[in-house]
Design a protein around this ligand. Sequence first.
Ligand code: PLP
Length: 431
Amino acid sequence: MISKCLSVNEQGNLTIGGADTVQLARKYGTPLIVYDEETIRNNCRMFRTSIEKHCSSGGLALYASKAFSCREIYRIINQEGLGADVVSGGELYTALSAGFPAEKIFFHGNNKTEAELQFALKNNVGRIVVDNLEELKLLNNIAKELVRTAKILLRIKPGIDAHTHEFIKTGQIDSKFGFALETGEAFTAVNTAAGFSNLELTGLHCHIGSQIFDIEPFCLAAKVMTSFIAEIKQKLGLVISELNLGGGYGIKYLGSDNPKEYPEFIECVAKTVEASCGELSIDVPKLFFEPGRSIVGPAAITLYTAGSVKTIPGIRTYVSVDGGMTDNPRYALYKSPYEIVVANKADKPRDFVATIAGKCCESGDLLQENAPIQNPEPGDIIAVLATGAYNYSMASNYNRIPRPAVVMVNCGEDRLIIKRETYEDLVRNDI
Ligand SMILES: *Cc1c(COP(=O)(O)O)cnc(C)c1O
């Protein structure tokens, strides 16, 4: 199984965190998203302990909560001692309403509204990661009105494209996020920020991509950013004491995926920063990391009930389930791979090839094409694995399909953490 929390019990049913998935489907109905709490907590601890071990000037992992945002996840993340990154007023509101400490929240986004910035400052959010010059001015004005100083990081495009074969060091200017380094835009932004009286520039931020398996591009980004910190010190006499290197650590979606252990990333990046700082004669900054997918992705599965099984002779077999792109749009959006298991036949070989279709009026509404699964029949419980990140958080009500329920399992015990939406929920805002 691709995640340690998954197994098969004596009945031949798939289990997650010691709980029988067929029983969970019966108890809560389907579609159902099930998280294993231990996996989430272990992932948090892996980041936390390796940061404590390797970052000589201190550091903190900030859970990138866009991967999965709800009150319970913020409570767990907080208990594990991590900070959080949020990218909207809505995520910020959710975190605060769960009692998440504001000073450990970093607020991201390429187009934060005035209302969002006011909301963040009034609630004493720890850092605001500023994306552009307009925002810099706007934030300074808002901070002035509220008679306070906003601690900020600047989002930098380090010019490393981690999704190419050779992690090329240029050509990432075409991104909607942040200030480009190679055009001098980033330097201008630093200079401008330094001149604003109600802003305190504490650090720099970059995020080079997502689902990255190699350590190299992270180390390359760390080097580029450290050099920039040295340049700022040399030319402007400014000390940048915080470096946030974003997230993007890859997870196992398929049995063939082989991501590095996260502590290896942290160790390598921390050592790279330290060595560069030594060479450049600057102090080692406090390091921040923003894992999202790697905290929650492998911790969950989605359970569906199979309806029709339709074989088109010589072409393919469609297995239609009671959810689809409304609870997991990632295949429709990116052709993302997933492993699929018939949960009530998990002890049988996956010797059938099927296309798993959702129930939306949209032929692109597929969860996977030509996936190896156990022989499917109507009424089977279909489990899609590693759906903990960017599934529920990307869910929609297309076709007025209610969002599924979310359950947390811990050592065989289950509890509801997000209720299933009702038809009444769907019309709540309709006039
Ligand atoms: C999306 C994002 C992350 C998290 O990325 P993962 O691939 O989920 O680890 C972290 N930081 C920023 C700024 C992001 O946009």
